[in-house]
Design a protein around this ligand. Structure first.
Ligand code: SAH
Ligand code: SF4
Length: 426
């Protein structure tokens, strides 16, 4: 049964969700007035035509709005001083510049920030929730963005997969996460960064607390939050094209990574229609084990997945595919597994990213011992791959990979105690 909000008009099925996806216009017929934030250019032009902007002005007006929304980050039409007063009034009458609402913000001891983002639900009393995580580092600031509320895929090691409620996010809700993060970080020109916001250096300089002209706190985006992006293909594509538009948010496609658990038929489309960096959640080298860890493997087994990777449009040594491999103690972390991994990836321009398993209350796995991760990594390194181990970030606020879950579905008192105990024993 569909758990999407009911909407009038034409609908089409979404693979993997068994539900319905809104058509481009319906996506914005939200509660009252639609927000222009996150609308792809073509839809923005359509929206302007709908309120009487003449076709001859369309391109110029879209350009102006694009600049005010994505470069300047304005929150009211009144601030759009290059737009005539009359048009500003018309726009304000029909549209908003609303962003998704931030329900809560948590800051980890390591500077990672997690925002709980509230989205319209079926009833006002029960909003839908997703999480968005900002991970500052010395040379980059990465924003981890969600593509769905929950996930249909139930990988056995992932907290998100245990969530019952699932719906696709609209492009506005996906781009909205970047806008909200920039709002909260003060990451717009002429605004001061949020207190204690760590400033990536050196490209964006500024250790004094002031941002250098043109510098940005968010330099990279990973579609690695809640959900399977390739099961919400159209919205994720439209949102990424907005994020990468160099007259707006302008984060280059080489700095945007889309992670998939292996939705094989959409991998080629992702290369052709989105063209971002691809990450694949492999996690096992044998089908029997991968069937257990990533049940989608029963539909798209390892052989088919790797074939799609070999054929990924644009793949090259300069544009490698990242294979993610979560380290589960005694499950997939033997030296034989490491050797098999190297054999399996032969001929694919690849990077291998080892992810220490991030625990969550009730999880049926443990993270591999550090020594074992090092041994595993050595086999990969000796085979000629860089084998970075992803440092877990924001574990104390459940912001690390695979720990995300809507707060409304989360943590009974018993689970909270278990989490505290887990943190104390680490
Ligand atoms: N659905 C997509 C993207 C979101 S998950 C996917 O599965 O690729 C982002 C990454 O976090 C994936 O590689 C996923 O396998 C990994 N992950 C999930 N749960 C995890 C956990 N508990 N510890 C470490 N990594 C986890
Ligand atoms: Fe979904 Fe990815 Fe979690 Fe699997 S790992 S349940 S695909 S979010």
């Amino acid at each position: 049964m569909s758990v999407l909000p009911s909407i009038a008009g034409a609908s089409r099925p979404v693979e993997g969700l068994g539900g319905i996806e809104k058509t481009p216009l319906e996506r914005y017929v939200a509660p009252s007035k639609p927000s222009l934030v996150g609308m792809p250019r073509a839809e923005l032009a359509q929206a302007l035509a709908g309120v009487g902007v003449p076709a001859s002005q369309s391109k110029m007006r879209v350009q102006q709005l694009w600049h005010w929304i994505y470069v300047r980050g304005v929150q009211s039409f009144d601030q759009m001083t290059s737009v005539s007063r009359a048009l500003r009034a018309t726009l304000a009458h029909h549209f908003t510049l609303a962003r998704p609402e931030v329900g809560a913000e948590q800051v980890s001891v390591d500077g990672t920030r997690k925002w709980l983002i509230r989205l319209p639900g079926e009833t006002e009393a029960r909003p839908h929730e997703v999480e968005c995580v900002y991970i500052p580092d010395t040379e980059r600031g990465t924003l981890c963005v969600s593509s769905q509320v929950g996930c249909t895929l139930n990988c056995s090691f992932c907290h998100t997969g245990t969530q019952r409620l699932v719906r696709n996010l609209t492009p506005g809700e996906i781009v909205g996460q970047v806008i909200v993060a920039r709002d909260r970080l003060g990451d717009w020109p002429e605004r001061t960064p949020a207190q204690s916001a760590e400033i990536p250096a050196p490209s964006s300089a500024a250790t004094s607390g002031e941002k250098a002209e043109g510098s940005r706190l968010i330099t990279n985006i990973v579609m690695m939050g809640m959900g399977e992006p390739l099961y919400n293909f159209d919205s994720v594509r439209d949102a990424i094209l907005v994020m990468a538009d160099n007259e707006g948010i302008g984060i280059s496609k080489r700095k945007i990574t889309l992670s998939t658990s292996g939705v094989v038929p959409n991998i080629k489309r992702a290369g052709e229609e989105i063209g971002v960096m691809l990450a694949v959640s492999l996690h096992a080298v044998r089908d029997d084990l991968r069937n257990e860890l990533v049940p989608l493997n029963r539909k798209y087994p390892i052989k088919d997945l790797l074939e799609a990777c070999r054929d990924y449009p644009g793949v090259s040594n300069a544009k490698r595919i990242t294979f993610e491999y979560v380290m589960l103690k005694g499950v997939n972390d033997s030296i034989a597994d490491a050797k098999a991994l190297v054999r399996l990836l032969k001929g694919i321009p690849a990077k291998i990213n080892l992810i220490p398993f991030n625990p969550w209350p009730g999880a049926p796995y443990e993270c591999s011992d550090w020594e074992q991760i090092e041994k595993f990594s050595e086999v990969i390194f000796n085979a000629g791959y860089a084998s970075p181990v992803r440092t877990p970030r924001g574990r104390d606020i459940l912001a690390a990979c695979g720990q995300l879950k809507s707060a409304s579905e989360r943590l009974s008192a018993r689970e909270r105690l278990a989490l505290r105990a887990m943190a104390m024993t680490e």
